[in-house]
Structures are given as structure tokens and as C-alpha cells.
Design a protein around this ligand. Structure first.
Ligand code: AMP
Length: 297
């Protein structure tokens, strides 16, 4: 594996997904799964995580196919992390039906020597204390650390989250979470307040309204790719994260990383679970990238 590789920590899950039109159980999901599938299109990926002995073979096969290094993926006796989510007609609101930590409850991520020296680390959505344990074991002072989070941790693990932010370079966050975390009411003031917490690059995701990246000096604004029909929004944020960091690991520009992330996220919501990103063809990805490239500001 090259040094320009991505290490991902996050959840590996069996999801129950209910949309207004469909309901599926035991969908292979979790923030790591979505991020891995997206990232593997641009860079070699290692995973640190845990599953229970109930994790199905098709899930393991998926990990074997898309990850280059699974040394730090542990299979232990017990239940895989389970999450259930329900979407309403307008797709904006999502209710969490349940979150069952299972084997994540006692998970202590241990990085093998090669994973202590990755060039890029994606702290996908998981408890901030687990994200911090991965940061603590990183031995590469030049590693670029990208962090994602969710409202749950802002509400229940704020100190841990602040600690992680102080050790990260790039934060990916939804607009509503940015407001919640900073108490600011404009997107610009949110970004500045978040930079004060550590990461100098803040990527604020605005759903169908696109994303804005704030760096010390400038801003990059990019529209969302206009999709025709939402099928299932689950994992769009994680897909965005995987698509973003892997382009950076591949030596591409911030603009290109944002374009790739947005395109893969747009595909994600057009299919159920990981289906559309797994099935995406290169021609469609290129078409969508060209569309967004013409609209970057
Ligand atoms: P997203 O739609 O980007 O929020 O990602 C959805 C994925 O996140 C699902 O596959 C869930 O398994 C996973 N997920 C939901 N809640 C949590 C949580 N509290 N910690 C870690 N992963 C979660």
C-alpha cells in the first residue's frame, strides 16, 4: 500500500431503514461502510472498527472487496452495532428509531503499525472518544485529519468532541449542526467560530443547497447535483466524507475533492443503502463531475 492512503474509523452497522416507500432490515451500513465504498474509488483504504459474530458474510465480503487493509477490523463475540432510522415524506426530518451499540460499547481501537502512519485519517461519525483514541495512536505528524460528527455527540459528548476538533484539520458538518455547535446564526460566523475550535478548514453541508468550504483565506461554494428522485438519504454524509478525503489522498485539489464528494453523495441518495454508489458507473460519475465543475464558485 502506498503512503497516500486513507484510514477510516467509524461505525459498521446493520441498519433498519424506513422511507415513506420502502422498509428494509439488516442493511449493511454504518458511517465506515459508506465512507469506505466512496473512498475506495480514489485511494487505498484501511479500516479500524469492530463487528459482532452476527455480521453477515455479504458484509464481510464487501469489506474484503473495497478495503486494502483490514488488519484492524475486529470480529468479536456479540452483536454488531444496529441503527434504525425513519424518514418522513419531506425527507428533511429523520427519526432515529433505535441505536444499539452492541460490540461498539466495549470497543478499544488498536492501530497496527502500518495504520499508525497513514497520510490521511477520516474520523467518520462515531463517539468522539473513539475518534480521539485513533488520533492518539497516529504517529505521522503530517497526517491530514478530517472529522465528521452528528447532533447526538454535540448534545451528549461535547467535551470529547471539542477535544477531537482541537486535533483535526478539516471539519465536515451539516448547517444545522454548525448552528447547534456554535450558537451563531449566519453560515459565515458559524465557520469562523468553528475555526476557533481547531480545524482551519470547515466544510458546511447544506443538503440540496450544496456545500461551502471555508479556509483561512477563501471560500469555495459548490451546488448540489440536481437529482430527480430521492430513494434513501442514509449515508450521504459519510459518502461525501469518503469521496472528499480520498481525492485529497490522491493528490487532487480541494475543488476536485468537493466535486467528487458531492457527486458520490448525489448518487448515494438515489439508491437504497449503499446500492447506488456500489453500482455507479464511471461515465455517470464523469458526467456529474463536469456539471458541477462548471458551477464551482
Ligand atoms: P448519515 O445518513 O450520513 O447520518 O449516516 C447514516 C449511517 O450512520 C447509518 O448507516 C448508521 O448506521 C450510522 N449511524 C447512525 N447513528 C450513529 C451513531 N450514533 N454512531 C455511529 N454511526 C451511526
Amino acid at each position: 500500500m502506498t503512503n497516500d492512503s486513507v484510514l477510516i474509523v467509524g461505525s459498521i452497522a446493520l441498519d433498519l431503514i424506513e422511507t415513506p416507500y420502502e422498509r428494509k432490515e439488516n442493511v449493511i451500513g454504518g458511517s465506515t461502510t459508506y465512507a469506505l465504498i466512496a473512498a475506495s474509488k480514489s485511494a487505498p483504504v484501511s479500516v479500524v472498527g469492530v463487528v459482532g459474530d452476527d455480521f453477515p458474510k455479504k458484509g464481510m465480503d464487501l469489506y474484503k472487496k473495497y478495503a486494502h487493509n483490514l488488519n484492524d477490523l475486529k470480529i468479536v463475540s456479540g452483536k454488531t452495532f444496529r441503527w434504525g432510522g425513519r424518514y418522513r415524506e419531506n425527507w428533511d426530518d429523520r427519526d432515529t428509531i433505535y441505536t444499539e451499540l452492541g460490540v461498539f460499547e466495549s470497543f478499544n481501537p488498536i492501530l497496527s503499525p502500518s495504520n499508525q502512519n497513514r497520510s490521511h485519517i477520516f474520523l467518520a461519525n462515531i463517539h468522539p472518544d473513539l475518534q480521539q483514541l485513533v488520533i492518539d495512536q497516529n504517529k505521522n505528524p503530517d497526517a491530514l485529519i478530517v472529522v465528521d460528527t452528528m447532533n447526538l455527540w454535540i448534545n451528549t459528548a461535547l467535551d470529547g468532541l471539542k477535544n477531537v476538533l482541537s486535533n483535526s484539520h478539516i471539519l465536515l458538518i451539516n448547517e444545522s449542526e454548525a448552528v447547534m455547535l456554535t450558537g451563531q446564526d449566519t453560515i459565515n460566523s458559524c465557520a469562523r467560530a468553528l475555526q476557533d475550535k481547531g480545524p482551519q478548514i470547515i466544510v458546511i453541508k447544506k443538503g440540496s443547497k450544496g456545500v461551502i468550504l471555508f479556509s483561512e483565506k477563501d471560500q469555495i461554494t459548490i451546488d448540489a447535483y440536481p437529482i430527480e428522485q430521492i430513494v434513501d438519504p442514509t449515508g450521504a454524509g459519510d459518502t461525501f466524507g469518503g469521496g472528499f478525503i480520498s481525492c485529497l489522498a490522491n493528490g487532487e485539489t480541494m475543488d476536485e475533492a468537493l466535486i467528487n464528494a458531492s457527486v458520490l453523495a448525489s448518487l448515494c441518495v438515489e439508491g437504497f443503502g449503499t446500492g447506488a454508489v456500489l453500482g455507479a458507473n464511471k461515465k455517470e460519475i464523469t458526467l456529474r463531475k463536469n456539471y458541477l465543475r462548471d458551477r464551482i464558485r
